[in-house]
Design a protein around this ligand. Sequence first.
Ligand SMILES: NC(=O)c1ccc[n+]([C@@H]2O[C@H](COP(=O)([O-])OP(=O)(O)OC[C@H]3O[C@@H](n4cnc5c(N)ncnc54)[C@H](O)[C@@H]3O)[C@@H](O)[C@H]2O)c1
Length: 335
Amino acid sequence: MSLRVFITGAAGFLGSHLADAMLELGHDVLGCDNLIGGYKDNVPEGVEFYEADCTDLKSMQDITRDIDVLYHAAAYPHEGLSVFSPSVINNSIYQATSTVLSAFIQNKGKRFIFLSSMARYGINQTPFTEDMPPKPFDPYALSKVASEDLIGLLSDVFGYEYVIAVPHNIIGPRQKYDDPYRNVAAIFINRMLQGKQPIIYGDGEQKRCFSFIQDCINPLKQLIVKENVHKEVINIGPDDEFITINELAQTTAGLLDFDLDPIYFPERPQEVKEANCSSEKARRLLGYETTYSLKKGLSEMVEWIKSRGPKPFDYYLDLEIINDKTPKTWKEKLM
Ligand SMILES: NC(=O)c1ccc[n+]([C@@H]2O[C@H](COP(=O)([O-])OP(=O)(O)OC[C@H]3O[C@@H](n4cnc5c(N)ncnc54)[C@H](O)[C@@H]3O)[C@@H](O)[C@H]2O)c1
């Protein structure tokens, strides 16, 4: 059965790959983006695309008419920056989610799929499991958790179905790589291709898991029709290859044959030391499997960035709080 699927953030990394997957499945795909954080040429041909801001209620009401399912992927997913620019980041998450949800309900949408973040678990013990109470540790995470709560609360009132998908540290082609505030792997590649050493905050021993985009899309695309996922929180991503940022720099340098000597800067406030999620539930409910090793995923991203060419970093979101706690790399635009 063909559905009308709406994707917010369709020019973004995740949103555009989701759009591809929905088109391949034969659905009618609509999407919007304000084109601030993604790349317009990410939007696949065949998507009914609107340049619109998710905080604009009138636009959202107009363009989400007659939809069945909505993936809400739009956000400025800037966890580190959110400590210094809480206004713009919260607006792009909590305010945008409230607006999109309001339009979705008014237009009688049936299933709302929210792209949350592993940041929701904050200072819990790793590996994070879905039954853990959220312990957000920065404004980005707080906004994601507040959005989740809002989606749950209004579902109880209005009766639509919803799923909270929790991806973490995805890599792959189409990811923004000229953003100085986020996407560590993409930043490393962009800098190394310019002959510049990677910049690492703290001692580089903070640990993360990285997932390749296609490994995330496979479970995510099932959520439009899957039975018995209403109200579920589901981690999307691997729980193997838990590596340090130093190791990420080494693997990236190896792929680029780059003579590595990272530049270390003071750690950023509120950055959790270890973050990885259990994929057990996604394996059980959605048949999640890791098919791309970190090295294979990184090499695909390297090829894509090479094909577009390295780019200067674009400080397109303003720092709201500038003081002695603000990372120098951002204050002085050192990237
Ligand atoms: N990529 C990851 O590693 C990752 C990890 C965890 C969670 N997520 C979540 O997945 C979602 C997508 O992330 P992504 O990596 O694709 O980011 P992205 O920046 O590539 O895509 C987000 C898109 O949303 C658009 N956007 C932002 N605010 C908007 C607004 N108010 N109105 C319209 N469009 C707007 C941006 O222009 C951008 O194209 C986000 O909600 C993010 O929090 C991503």
